[in-house]
Ligand binder design. Structure first.
Ligand SMILES: Cc1ncc(COP(=O)(O)O)c(C=O)c1O
Length: 391
């Protein structure tokens, strides 16, 4: 008997995979994978590297993204996630349990800070926040129960470059993994594993994706065992990415080197313009010789980053007027995309910080943060010069 209408509408179109491989990675937009025999299914569940069972565990499009970023970061394994916070939370939860302790850099991205300051303690994980620019302070904060040292390659909005080799030395001496958020640097500018990091995390929403059209994350591991532990945590937390999101990030990564060079060139031009402007009190861009971590930037970064911040004479009110006066630059959260974005950290990205924590992190009330995009440099210069006049 021929299959009925409903059966055919569901199964008739399932074609065998073509012998000719597609050049671009296909979007494997499927939640699950079909097996012909139960033993193969059971085997693949036991040996997840040998096949695909279910997209929350692994998916070919996602695996292509993981392999690409792992290669760029010099990692043994990669793990893509639904967001940068998904990667950060999964990695930290896979390393620290109740009774354990984490040492973290003080001036972190607000979401990471909030996770460590407010959520981690609810699960019995204690966190010490230290000045990561002071390796002795990091060493002094270590306890027998410390399970991770957490830092950012380039901390925004101050654009402080972390002394990764010094942090890695402290971590190695204590046999504690160094976990580094490399979102702002990207592997184009810095590969923390080369400097001794055990785990690298990214918000792929930013430069890896690069076009403000996807939310994603990825974690990279120097050792496969640490990946496997984190992966088991991730599939239980359900932090896995959607295949289409993974595909968008994968497509973005193909032009990462071109974009990072252009972001850096536009950022240099704006940093120099702002630095020479009478209404600007201070510019934070590690490519400028006066930046406190310019020396580390020269040593650890393969070029200037695409983000900068500046303090306006006139404080909070001048900052607000500036971000509302730009025309080309848009007032929006996020960073690392083709569009130039401006923001006011004290009231947005770092709103979770108390006034004391803000001051300790070096974030002034009038500070403006800029994620420099890929527009024509002349248009950005004109936009900023005009907005400075309004401010
Ligand atoms: C440095 C940094 N790390 C992590 C994140 C979190 O990433 P996501 O928004 O993709 O969860 C962000 C987001 O702004 C970030 O700027």
């Amino acid at each position: 008997m021929a299959d009925g209408f409903a059966t055919r509408s569901i199964h008739a179109g399932r074609l065998p995979l073509p012998a000719e491989a597609p050049l671009a990675t296909p979007i494997w937009q499927t939640s699950t994978f079909v097996f012909d025999d139960a033993e193969h299914y059971a085997h693949t569940l036991r040996q997840p590297r040998e096949g695909y069972v279910y997209t929350r565990y692994e998916n070919p499009t996602t695996a292509a993204l993981e392999a690409t970023v792992a290669d760029l970061e010099g990692a043994a394994e990669g793990m893509a996630t639904a967001s940068g916070m998904g990667a950060i939370a999964t990695v930290l939860l896979s390393l620290a349990s109740s009774g354990d302790h984490v040492v973290a850099q003080r001036d972190l991205y607000g979401g990471s800070y909030s996770l460590l300051a407010h959520t981690a303690p609810r699960f019995g994980v204690e966190v010490s926040f230290v000045d990561a620019g002071d390796p002795a302070a990091v060493r002094a904060a270590l306890r027998p129960t410390t399970r991770a040292i957490y830092a950012e390659t380039i901390a925004n909005p101050t654009m402080t470059v972390a002394d990764l080799p010094a942090l890695a030395e402290v971590a190695a001496a204590a046999d504690v993994p160094l976990v580094v958020d490399n979102t702002v640097a990207t592997p184009y500018l810095c590969r923390p594993i080369e400097h001794g990091a055990a785990v690298v995390v990214h918000s792929a929403t930013k430069y890896l994706g690069g076009h403000s059209d996807v939310v994603g994350g990825v974690a990279l591991f120097a050792e496969p065992e640490r990946h496997d532990t984190a992966w088991r945590t991730m599939i239980e937390l359900g932090a896995s990415p959607d295949p289409f999101a993974a595909w968008l990030v994968l497509r973005g990564v193909k032009t990462l080197s071109l974009r990072m060079r252009a972001h850096g060139a536009n950022a240099r031009q704006l940093a120099e313009l702002l630095d020479a402007h009478p209404k600007v009190a201070r510019v934070y861009w590690p490519g400028l010789p006066g930046h406190p971590t310019a020396g580390l930037a020269g040593k650890l970064l393969d070029g200037g980053p695409g983000m900068l911040s500046f303090d306006l004479e006139g404080g909070r009110e001048a900052g607000r007027r500036f971000i509302e006066a730009t025309r080309v630059a848009k007032l929006a959260a996020s960073l690392g995309s083709v569009e130039t974005l401006v923001s006011h950290p004290a009231s947005t990205t770092h709103r979770q910080f108390s006034p004391d924590a803000l001051a300790a992190a070096g974030i002034g009330e009038g500070m403006v943060r800029v994620s420099v995009g890929l527009e024509d440099g002349a248009d950005l210069a004109e936009d900023f010069t005009r907005a400075l006049e309004v401010a």
